[in-house]
Design a protein around this ligand. Sequence first.
Ligand code: ATP
Ligand code: CA
Ligand code: CA
Length: 433
Amino acid sequence: RVVVGTKVDQHHVNWVTAYNMLTGIRFCVSRTNAKIDRDLTDADFDAKHKFSFDITGNELTPSAKYDFKFKDYAPWVFRHLRSKFGLDPADYLVSLTSKYILSELGSPGKSGSFFYFSRDYKYIIKTIHHAEHKFLRKILRDYYSHVQENPNTLLSQFYGLHRVKIPYGRKIHFVVMNNLFPPHRDIHRTFDLKGSTIGRDFKEDELEKNPRATLKDLNWLRRNLHLEFGPTKKDAFVEQMQKDVALLQKLKIMDYSMLVGIHDLQRGNEDKLRDKTLQVFQPGGHKSEDQPPNMLMRTPSKLENARKAQELRQLIKNEKPVPMGQILDKMPDEMAGGHRKHSYFYSDDGGFRATHENDMAGEEIYYLGIIDCLTHYSMIKRFEHFWKGLSSPESQISAIPPERYGDRFIRFISGITKTRERAEAEKEQCEHG
Ligand code: ATP
Ligand code: CA
Ligand code: CA
């Protein structure tokens, strides 16, 4: 899978869905943010609110381009999560503003999920199955406490859970989460690692056609790669991964991966492949800008927008309730993006920089995290376990029970976390001892 997108414009089959998603998010997030902050209650975790949008508008919702229904789940919990993850409320709203439609990540995986990037490439909207949706609601309390206790968690950061439905259409559930990869840096190689070898090979000869494909465990091993972290970073990384995986095991989750994007500082931002394919579309306007994501971080007609953004921040941070209309008025067209600096593992320019044995900075920046963590063991895996188990030794297949899945995952990822120096030394020892 390539991390470039197709623009979602009026001619795109998913235009209406994408537009409705963004309109719904913007409305719901503004609505919650307009209220004075308060502590969470038990009921907040089960809360859901339904809104009807139509072209005329009504006393609850402003007018929209299309008729659709929108459901917002546990808005207060997600408001607190966003704040815990260090998102600026105004920034979040602006990134997901419906004035600018997203790009869609092509050919969805076997799960059938669709991925959309926010226009500034910071957020990902992933459509999820109803079962995953129900499961996230069920584990939300555990997830929330885990994030409270582990501000540096490597798990996917969930910022919102919603549902959208057009008349006579089916219900589409989706989450908003962090894009692990940065808007302003080329990712030279991407790996999706599970610690399994069966079926975990991306055909090397297809790499030519698709140089940005996501590679897998066997491709990693074949290249003899390592997550090059010296002692300090390795300890922190492995410790956090163990805590995160312990939660996933407790909740009987499996099939997750460590997503690893590698930016080679020596190569820098060399080719402009992505620049051509990631496009931003501005409905209503005439411009369809072919701008690279890093350009989007800069702000055209900046002053006016910066001022508006500042006012919006003030308005939202104010301890008083604010009417919706005022928030929408203050919405800037563009805004310089603030970076996620809160997590230790995303603190080196949005990623985690390699280090040597002596903890001196290394040559790569890794952008990594644990993704696809909403598959409960009961969903499909029991079946898969059964039939794959007929032909493969159990320790090798990916569909083993959650406890062992997690242990194997930790063993694999810890095992590949070592500096060049250490890897060489071990090799030497092997050859001579
Ligand atoms: P399947 O269940 O078949 O594995 P899926 O539809 O559940 O697929 P994911 O495994 O969540 O999809 O993600 C598929 C790919 O999308 C990943 O390998 C990665 O390339 C990209 N991706 C997913 N989540 C993120 C993220 N948070 N940041 C950046 N890229 C992501
Ligand atoms: Ca996956
Ligand atoms: Ca999945």
